[in-house]
Design a protein. Structure first.
Length: 174
């Protein structure tokens, strides 16, 4: 079983009106992620689909470093409509950068017998994508990160994160 993890493709990051809009680098990744998502949906017996999304409390300490965004239960914390899935996907709320912190991501991957590659897409490359890839690497998963399907606020941080994920975490950057 393979897995597709879609990180923080939420209204507050993807839409220009979002509280923490990722900027013009986010727009080009939506269509390729949708194509990958559709392919995964067409193969439900072989691909586990997981959406990881910020779901912060109103007074989250993260707001000391970033503008208030993706508050649990708000429209900003919802998956963008282009990637909405009615059935066949799990949505895990997270409150920190890594998709493993305070979630059952690890349990879900084990429960569904994910033993092949895990593809990680979404935003932001240098924050939540990279920290989630690190968590996967620490659990010995084979990780693939399609460079055209991740985005960041900062081009230099994006490039450094891709290199770090490849060199340190052993992720296959395609």
């Amino acid at each position: 079983m393979k897995a597709l993890i879609i990180v923080d493709m939420l209204n507050d990051f993807v839409l220009p009106t979002g509280a923490l809009y990722c900027g013009p680098t986010i727009d080009p990744i939506v269509a390729p992620i949708k194509m990958r998502l559709l392919a995964a949906q067409a193969d439900p017996d072989n691909t586990l689909i997981i959406f990881l999304g910020d779901a912060h409390d109103e007074d989250d300490k993260e707001f000391d470093r970033f503008p208030k965004h993706a508050v649990r239960g708000t429209e900003g914390a919802e998956v963008v409509s282009e990637l909405a899935v009615d059935v066949g996907a799990f949505i895990l709320e997270k409150t920190r950068y890594s998709g493993f912190y305070g979630t059952d991501l690890g349990g879900l991957l084990r429960l569904y017998g994910v033993d092949e590659e895990v593809t990680v897409v979404g935003c932001c490359t240098s924050i939540c994508v990279m920290d989630t890839v690190g968590g996967l690497a620490n659990r010995d998963y084979k990780v693939v990160v399609p460079a055209a399907e991740v985005a960041d606020f900062d081009a230099d941080a994006h490039a450094a994160a891709l290199k770090r994920m490849e060199v340190l975490y052993g992720a296959k950057i395609v």
